[in-house]
Design a protein around this ligand. Structure first.
Ligand code: TRP
Length: 331
């Protein structure tokens, strides 16, 4: 069975775009591989969150993923900072990571441009920490989006360099886990591109949104006055509504509104009402689970402790072996 590692940024609530993108694939993946999922809270320190924000963000993301269906009995779900072995491997990898190559990383250059007042060493060495996250479990695969491909490439470079440097065949070169066609791109409600929380108020539908909020957002979604001729291609905003419907509604419901559209009889108010109902039916069990988990501190603590224990066992073994290879030997 392949070992898969994935880091999750501790940011905001999950929205439907995240769910039908990465999250649903995580749920599938966890049964086909030995998965390590962790919340990347060390990485998030590059942006200097307050202690309260840091803890709140980690907690929120943990609750979201558990409610969405990540099963801590099946995968190893942990918080990065609970596994300090990662920082030791990070230090060791940094000794063989060159400032020049780190400075050429696209995400670093972007950070310098956007936040010239906070170019910290953690940002520069973000790729070595990420490499440590991955190779500490000697992962075969890492699910990554386009924006993380270069980081994964650097992980391979660092793993190879270590092997070459010490004449060993120890670290495995991790490959990208490509979801391909399973990655459904979910559009937002503003008539333009994909769903995202930074695209403006009301564009994203969060798993934690109440039925009232969902109804309000969907009813306000951008549409138009309807087709004037039969069987016309759909404008982007309208196609977006149909795409959303295709993931949450039954095929019959979708076909019904397709037919109404093609025969110029569609009433977007009716379609949106149906869409809102189907989204609510889809998200309600997840939202209720979020509320239940969020008020069960005992459960959360148990999940986190068990995850840390499993992750540390795997990480400690690697660090022990790496120390030995490097020449830190017992007397
Ligand atoms: N850099 C990733 C992101 O921004 C998060 C991350 C940190 C990660 N460490 C990782 C992803 C290890 C995969 C593997 O989304």
């Amino acid at each position: 069975m392949d070992i898969v590692v994935s880091g999750i940024r501790p940011t905001g609530e999950l929205h439907l775009g995240n769910y039908f993108g990465a999250v649903r694939n995580f749920l599938r993946m966890q049964h086909e591989n030995q998965c390590f999922f962790f919340i990347a809270d060390y990485h998030s320190l590059t942006t200097h969150p307050t202690p309260a924000d840091l803890h709140g963000n980690v907690r929120r993301v943990l609750i979201n993923y558990l409610a969405a269906g990540l099963d801590p009995e099946v995968s190893t779900l942990y918080i990065q900072s609970d596994v300090p072995e990662v920082t030791e491997l990070y230090l060791l990898l940094n000794m063989n990571a060159y400032v020049g190559e780190l400075q050429r990383v696209t995400s670093f250059k972007e950070k310098i441009r956007k936040h010239p007042d906070n170019v910290n060493a953690g940002l520069l060495t973000y790729p070595t920490l990420m490499a440590a996250d991955i190779i500490i479990h000697r992962a075969h695969k890492v699910p990554v989006g386009k924006d993380q491909e270069q980081h994964l490439e650097m992980t391979r470079t660092f793993a190879n360099r270590f092997n070459r440097m010490y004449g060993v065949d120890y670290f495995i070169e991790p490959a990208a886990y490509n979801f391909g066609a399973d990655l459904v791109k979910i559009p937002g409600l503003d008539g333009s591109g994909k769903m995202g929380k930074s695209e403006g108020e009301g564009n994203a539908l969060f798993l934690s949104d109440s039925p009232e909020v969902i109804k309000k957002k969907v009813m306000k979604a951008v549409s138009d006055s309807g087709p004037t001729e039969p069987n016309q291609p759909k404008p982007d905003a309208i196609q977006n509504l149909f795409t959303l419907m295709s993931v949450v509604s039954t095929p019959e419901t979708l076909a019904f509104f397709e037919e109404k559209y093609d025969s110029c009889q569609i009433r977007y108010g009716d379609m949106k009402k149906q869409l809102a109902d189907d989204i609510i039916a889809f998200t309600s069990p997840i939202r209720e689970k979020m509320e239940a988990i969020g008020s069960d501190g005992n459960y959360l603590r148990k999940v986190v402790e068990a995850g840390a224990e499993k992750a540390r066992a795997s990480a400690a073994k690697t660090v022990r072996e790496v120390r030995e290879i490097i020449g830190f030997k017992a007397f």
